[in-house]
Design a protein around this ligand. Sequence first.
Ligand code: SAH
Ligand code: SF4
Ligand code: F3S
Length: 452
Amino acid sequence: MPSTPPPQTYRVKSFGCQMNVYDGERMAELLADQGLVPAAEGADADLVVLNTCHIREKAAEKVYSDIGRIVKDWGRKDGSSPLIAVAGCVAQAEGEEIMARAPAVRMVVGPQAYHRLPGMLAEARAGKRVTDTDMPAATKFDALPGRRRSGPAAFLTVQEGCDKFCTYCVVPYTRGAETSRPFGALIDEAARLVASGAREITLLGQNVNAWTGEDGRGRAIGLDGLIRELAGFADLRRIRYTTSHPGDMTDGLIAAHGEIAKLMPFLHLPVQSGNDRVLGAMNRSHTAESYLRLLDRVRAVRPDIALSGDFIVGFPGETDAEFEDTLKLIDRVGYAQAFSFKYSPRPGTPAAAMEGQIPAAVMDERLRRLQEALGRDQLAFNRASLGKRCAVLVERRGRHAGQWLGKSPWLQSVHFTDEPWSKAAIGDIVEVELTAAGPNSLHARLLQPAPA
Ligand code: SAH
Ligand code: SF4
Ligand code: F3S
């Protein structure tokens, strides 16, 4: 009897932002649609997709060491190597260089072209090396199979690309121009996600609040309109969005924070610097003051909102005094969490050619001081939550028996343990009281549900 060969196996590894994570999930779904199955933990894969990030030099260089490691560690018992594909933003920016530097790579595919992976795979299996970094006019989303993923918290990319051209940033080049996915496609995808268990959806975009579309009745709407529509799904309990740009915070979106209960009280709004000269040189469209006023308006409608930001230290020409302005802004905001980075010169961006590149030691010291201040505020925010009662979306099991891990409305990680009278399950939304706070997570105790 002829034996059928076992199905080919794949592994997708994503780096970078949540949009890359989303793309990684879509690529996995596409490969599954082709009959491939995920490689078991620790086992060889026939196909490895590295879904890369180009935002900072370290992230981009990592690709090459990762390729080396795959060839070494995941070289198969029979001596053959897996097919290696490089996807994501490094693929877009350095496709040719990857092909030249890394002979083990068979496929290079950009973030707007990955719906063509199956065709590329066929060519690669026939021995060719193929690159596709087109940004085709027809969106990849139309060519992708339906969502298969399940789980309580899901990502949904609604907007892609960036037209802002901050002088330090590669995203406008790696992801292309700002585009919004159509309303109908998003409602369909959200419905599928909810039907397969999503209780929370995070709407994603490089500038997610630049999303615009037409609702079912042909009316022009912005992100707040989309959120309002999604809030109508009974089984969807929570909505979040990221990353937003201060220049695209519309009156409607601010108002939505006060009006839509399912929109969680959390706002990630990158500011980068607290100094107006630096912000100008970065080509940010806001000043420190206009950013702070914006936060005041959000707080006016949603006083408990948790704020998050992104910061860059050591932008070319940044003086000590200008850096101090960033520390002052942090003190005024009181962030619940934040991401902070040393400026990294990126090829082809205007800032990389600017005078006054900052020495590494100065950047290190600024980053240390910034992170100390942000860490202090994060702990203060978590401590201020002690004693609060809130709902937690249960996302996974904890390390100990009966322990669970979930998220508070303010995106804090919360641990709690089953009680004799109540066993939680993934996807539940449970009421807890927050009882202990560390810098990165909290502990809570389950509350007895009110008698019906
Ligand atoms: N679209 C989002 C963020 C995209 S990139 C926004 O505008 O806010 C995520 C973060 O990476 C940025 O907010 C910025 O803080 C950081 N970043 C981008 N380019 C960088 C660079 N060249 N060096 C260091 N950090 C950078
Ligand atoms: Fe990059 Fe600026 Fe666009 Fe954000 S807004 S992706 S930082 S260019
Ligand atoms: Fe990185 Fe590309 Fe996202 S450069 S941060 S993976 S858009």
